[in-house]
Design a protein around this ligand. Sequence first.
Ligand code: NAD
Length: 499
Amino acid sequence: MKDLTHFVNGQHTAGTSGRFADVYNPALGEVQARVPLASKAEVDAAIAAAAEAQPGWAATNPQRRARVLMEFVRLLNRDMDKLAEALSSEHGKTLPDAKGDVQRGLEVIEFCIGAPHLLKGEFTDSAGPGIDMYSMRQPLGVVAGITPFNFPAMIPMWKMGPALACGNAFILKPSERDPSVPLMLAELLQEAGLPDGVLQVVNGDKEAVDAILDNPAIQAIGFVGSTPIAEYIYGRGCSNGKRVQCFGGAKNHMIVMPDADMDQAADALVGAGYGAAGERCMAISVAVPVGEETADRLIEKLVPRIEKLKVGPYTAGNDVDYGPVVTAEAKARVLGLIDKGVAEGAELVLDGRNFSLQGYEKGFFVGPTLFDRVTTDMEIYRTEIFGPVLSTVRAKTYEEALGHAMDHEYGNGTAIFTRDGDTARDFASRINIGMVGINVPIPVPLAYHTFGGWKKSGFGDLNQHGPDAFRFYTRTKTVTARWPSGLKEGGEFHFKQMD
Ligand code: NAD
């Protein structure tokens, strides 16, 4: 049995708490490693060392910091296959999807190479007679990221890239389900020239998270994961006086208008609903066809496409559309929700509950499942299933479809499929959801825009990556400077007007 480590002060460090969690190969359903779960003392020691390393990193000029990230990008490309293999073996997603996971993180690192431009600050010449005013963006100090299992490369990089580019030290607490890739990222950053202690990876569970939340040296926390944990971290982090942004769960609706290209809509739904076994916060989990006829046509197009999906282990390479879910508990939860949907009276068009694959009988596979005539009071509609299950809610009108998406408690992503520009514009303008696709099923913004949901999908202000990340990981200091030209005035006792 392989024992994984933490990565502290530039070295792999064995856990000392005596507590471990099992890391599975979800395709085989077998434990392949143990990850140490850090104690409060281990987390506090890593934070203390990061606090010592941070001033030196902050004093390194922004261009030199960016060069470390530039080299990191080269190393990520060099090791792409190795990273994807490790990622797939612990997460279960296909190899092409694992490469996409690394790639979407890498693109944020590429964006961060432009940090010197984003950190330039602002300057007003002659704001008053002989007075200049300038604003600086300064790093916060030691900041932390707490990340989910479903993107073990991308989301840690979304957090660490901007934080490090801004001159902070960074504590990463990755998911205990697939911790190998975050450790590999730390190794690569060290190889790229990042000074020891500036990035610390501490593996763990609630104990490690609470240690981060309560440590006074931690200035800011970026979290991604499920909504109940997001709310907990936001509340406790804020009450401890930290800057906190938390991104939570989702239930993304795709509205299909009667005028949509139905083949295009069905193709999009199959990819967005079942890709990565539905374990994406931007997965489409609810299709909302407008009108009975549209719904019938959509279901007719969807069924043969879904029946053709190839479900299997990542080792099948390109020959598989999606893999297992992450753990036995995740599988049991998804199957339980499908049972619940049947009991609640939804029409089960395709049933993935009895899926089995020869040679992988113990794997955590769930076959593709399609529900029709789901209603908004059902648990399968209200809950994030996070599995390969697509629900169809039939709406009579566009307004009703829009209302469903708007009334749902989550507000991460959404999409509309239509040929009508007026409807699409109206949808984009009125919808209360953070990321919107128009004939695009998974509208994940690129690195130089920002990513974030509304309602119960996001807590705190400012989004991830893009310019917002540079605001989140810095604080602004504004200096008003006067260099008198020789004429000395007496003291002033009122606010000076800039005339
Ligand atoms: P999770 O909430 O179980 O875990 C996320 C992190 O929180 C992990 O590092 C975990 O160790 C930690 N954690 C878990 N329980 C905790 C507790 N009781 N106290 C303190 N920390 C705890 O989420 P997950 O299952 O790893 O990820 C899936 C969820 O993440 C889904 O809900 C998905 O929608 C969401 N997600 C959201 C986004 C987004 O940007 N909105 C992106 C990806 C995933």
